[in-house]
Design a protein around this ligand. Structure first.
Ligand code: PGA
Length: 250
C-alpha cells in the first residue's frame, strides 16, 4: 500500500529515495533494518528504496517505514520475456513504486516509446512510477537539452498524475560530485513549469550526506534519488534524518 502522505498546504515533505542498482544479497537486509529504524523516527519524510528484484519480497516484508520500489518493470503484464519482471509481479512482491527510464536502463535499449509503455504498465498495476530523466546541460546546448527534457517528460501523459519525476543528469551519476546548483535549479524550474505545482520533483546524481542540505535548499527540489550513498545505513540514515529536520524547519 502506498503510504505517501499529503504534506500540509505550504509545508515541505521531502522524499528520500535510494537505488541499490545491481547490489545486495540477503545479507544486506540487516542494512535495510537499520535504514528502516531511521525512517521510523522521520515522520516528515517519504523514504523509498529501489531494491534488486531478488530482495523485493523479503525487503517489503521487513520494512515498516521504508517503502519498496522496483528498479524497472516490463511493458507487458506477463508472457514470453525471459529474464524480465512485470509490474503486477513487482507489485505482488511488495513494490509500491518503480523506477522507469533510469539512464542505465535507457542505455540498455529503452526508448521514449518503451518508457511510455512502462509508465502505463506501472500505473495499471497500481504502482507509482518514478520517471527518471537525464537531459544534461553539461556539454550540450541548452536548446538541445531542453528539447530532450520535453521529450523525456512527454510520457507522463500515460499516468493518472500519480507519479514522481527524478532529474538525473547523466554526467552526475556515479560521479565525484553532484551537478552544480544552477543546472539543478534551472532544469527543476522547467519541470515545474511543465508538470505543475503538485508534481514531486527529485534530483539524483552523486547525492550524499555532505551535499544533501545544499540540494534540498534549491527551489523546486522536493527530494533526492541516491545511488551509492543509499547502500549503507551509515551513509543513508543521516540523509533521512537531515531531510526530516529540513521538513520540520520549512
Ligand atoms: P549515484 O547514483 O548517487 O551513485 O550517482 C544515482 C542513480 O543513478 O540513481
Amino acid at each position: 500500500m502506498l503510504r505517501e502522505q499529503q504534506a500540509e498546504p505550504g509545508a515541505f515533505r521531502p522524499a528520500v529515495v535510494g537505488n541499490w542498482k545491481m547490489n545486495g544479497t540477503r545479507a544486506a537486509l540487516r542494512e535495510l533494518d537499520e535504514i528502516d529504524r531511521a525512517a521510523r523516527s522521520a515522520s516528515n519524510v517519504d523514504v523509498v528504496i529501489a531494491l534488486p528484484f531478488t530482495l523485493l519480497d523479503a525487503g517489503s516484508r521487513r520494512m515498516t517505514a521504508v517503502q519498496i520500489a522496483s528498479q524497472d518493470v516490463h511493458v507487458e503484464p506477463g508472457g514470453a520475456h525471459t529474464g524480465c519482471i512485470s509490474a503486477p509481479m513487482a507489485s505482488d512482491a511488495g513494490a509500491v513504486f518503480t523506477l522507469v527510464g533510469h539512464s542505465e536502463t535507457r542505455a540498455r535499449g529503452d526508448t521514449s516509446a518503451t518508457v511510455a509503455h512502462k509508465l502505463r504498465a506501472a500505473t495499471k498495476a497500481g504502482m507509482t512510477p518514478i520517471l527518471c530523466v537525464g537531459a544534461d546541460l553539461n556539454g550540450q546546448a541548452p536548446y538541445e537539452a531542453f528539447r530532450r527534457l520535453r521529450d523525456e517528460i512527454a510520457p507522463v501523459a500515460e499516468t493518472n498524475g500519480q507519479m514522481w519525476v527524478a532529474y538525473e543528469p547523466e554526467s552526475a551519476i556515479g560521479a565525484d560530485s553532484a551537478a552544480d546548483s544552477d543546472q539543478i535549479a534551472t532544469v527543476h524550474a522547467r519541470l515545474r513549469e511543465h508538470l505543475g505545482p503538485s508534481a514531486r520533483l527529485l534530483y539524483g546524481g552523486s547525492v550524499n550526506a555532505d551535499n544533501i542540505a545544499q540540494i534540498l535548499s534549491l527551489p523546486n527540489v522536493d527530494g533526492v534519488l541516491v545511488g551509492r550513498a543509499s547502500m549503507q545505513a551509515s551513509t543513508f540514515a543521516p540523509m533521512i534524518t537531515f531531510a526530516d529536520q529540513s521538513a520540520r524547519r520549512a
